[in-house]
Design a protein around this ligand. Structure first.
Ligand code: DOR
Ligand code: ZN
Length: 361
């Protein structure tokens, strides 16, 4: 993997640098896009091989807005799961201006664990998202009462706000009032990308946490433009400058239990990524743990990976930690450049490059 866009921030201590294997409590992915149909069947095995559970995002083409739709989606995922893989999808609802409190209660009864807030127009399949958070207050009251978590895509959509500032502006305009009005609601600030978001979460108290992707730990925004425009590095929120990447690494490796793993692995057909208008999303599920290990290793913090990947998430969600383990070995391997994706092809992030760590079966 090229190091030019993500210089290691500290030298790894001898123990971490020389460790040949790393065994962790089996981790979970607290932010995942699986899609549906043949695309879902193509990517699901990669996640199920590494993670015991995943929060499955509800931004399908027809968003998952009811408990019944979430249960049906869950059934399709379980039906597509290859025999022998032990994996539990954790289902979410898509928040709209019209989500009723009664639907929140039905979702809770159906085992749905969280509701996802997409500001309308913020990202892939977010057209049905929230136009004004105040319209959602009845649903948020019901979630706070029922114990459903709110998962937040934290970017404003105002075209007057620079794309690179949209997360920081969201904190002031939406997060702070939301926290004030629903102090007992558990909120996950998803895929944070800035120093501002890391600082906000660190100071926001026990009911606020954040997921961090492997790609935001490994790359800064130069990666999108290295030698030409690289669509596979384009995601939302977009990669930020190096000082933000360093702040994310510091948060992830701090040991704080309010930062945990969420890949935001988001498969798009290669032809659509390489088109004149490129969809946002990086596909990392094939090698997610290895990419995180690379980032923690570069920071000399492999000893902090288990908390981040396997403990902090279930603790925040109020779910049991997993009992099994996974083992990674320091064993260089070359990531395939393309994978089958239904009728199409999928390009994994860092395809064709050498990764230092490899999960052992
Ligand atoms: O890069 C992204 N891709 N960000 C999102 O918020 C959505 C995701 C997707 O669904 O492709
Ligand atoms: Zn996402």
């Amino acid at each position: 993997m090229t190091a030019s866009t993500a210089a290691p921030s500290t030298a790894a201590p001898a123990t971490a640098a020389t460790a040949a294997t790393l065994t962790l409590t089996r981790p979970d992915d607290w932010h995942l896009h699986l899609r549906d149909g043949a695309a879902m069947a193509a990517v699901l095995p990669y996640t199920a091989r590494q993670f015991a559970r995943a929060i499955v995002m509800p931004n399908l083409k027809a968003p998952v807005t009811t408990a019944a739709a979430a249960l049906a989606y869950r059934d399709r995922i379980l039906a597509a799961l290859p025999v022998g893989l032990d994996f539990t999808p954790l289902m979410t609802l898509y928040l709209t201006d019209r989500l009723a409190a009664e639907e929140v209660d039905r979702a809770k009864a159906a085992g749905v664990v969280a509701v996802k807030l997409y500001p309308a127009g913020a990202t892939t399949h977010s057209d049905a998202g929230v136009t004004d958070i105040r319209k959602c207050y009845p649903a948020l009251e019901a979630m706070q009462r029922a114990g459903l978590l709110l998962l937040v895509h934290g970017e404003v959509t105002d075209p007057a706000v620079d794309l690179f500032d949209r997360e920081a502006v969201f904190i002031d305009q939406v997060m702070v009032p939301l926290r004030r009005d629903f102090p007992a609601l558990r909120v996950v600030f998803e895929h944070i990308t800035t120093r501002e978001a890391a600082q906000y979460v660190a100071g926001a108290g026990a009911h606020t946490a954040a997921t961090i992707t492997a790609h935001h730990l490994l790359f800064n925004r130069n990666a999108i433009f290295l030698g030409g425009l690289r669509p596979h590095y384009y995601c939302l929120p977009v990669l930020k400058r190096e000082s933000h990447r360093q702040a994310l690494v510091a948060a992830a490796t701090s040991g704080s239990d309010r930062f945990f793993l969420g890949t935001d692995s988001a498969p798009h057909a290669a032809a659509l990524k390489e088109a004149s208008v490129c969809g946002a999303g990086c596909f990392t599920a094939l090698s997610a743990l290895e990419l995180y290990a690379q980032a923690f290793d570069a920071a000399g913090a492999l000893d902090k990976l288990q908390g981040f990947a396997s403990h902090h998430g279930p603790d925040f969600y109020g779910l049991p930690r997993n009992t099994g383990t996974v083992t990674l070995a320091r064993q260089p391997w070359v990531l395939p450049e393309a994978l089958p994706f239904g009728e199409a092809q999928l390009r994994p992030l860092c395809g064709g490059e050498t990764l230092a760590w490899r999960q052992q079966d």
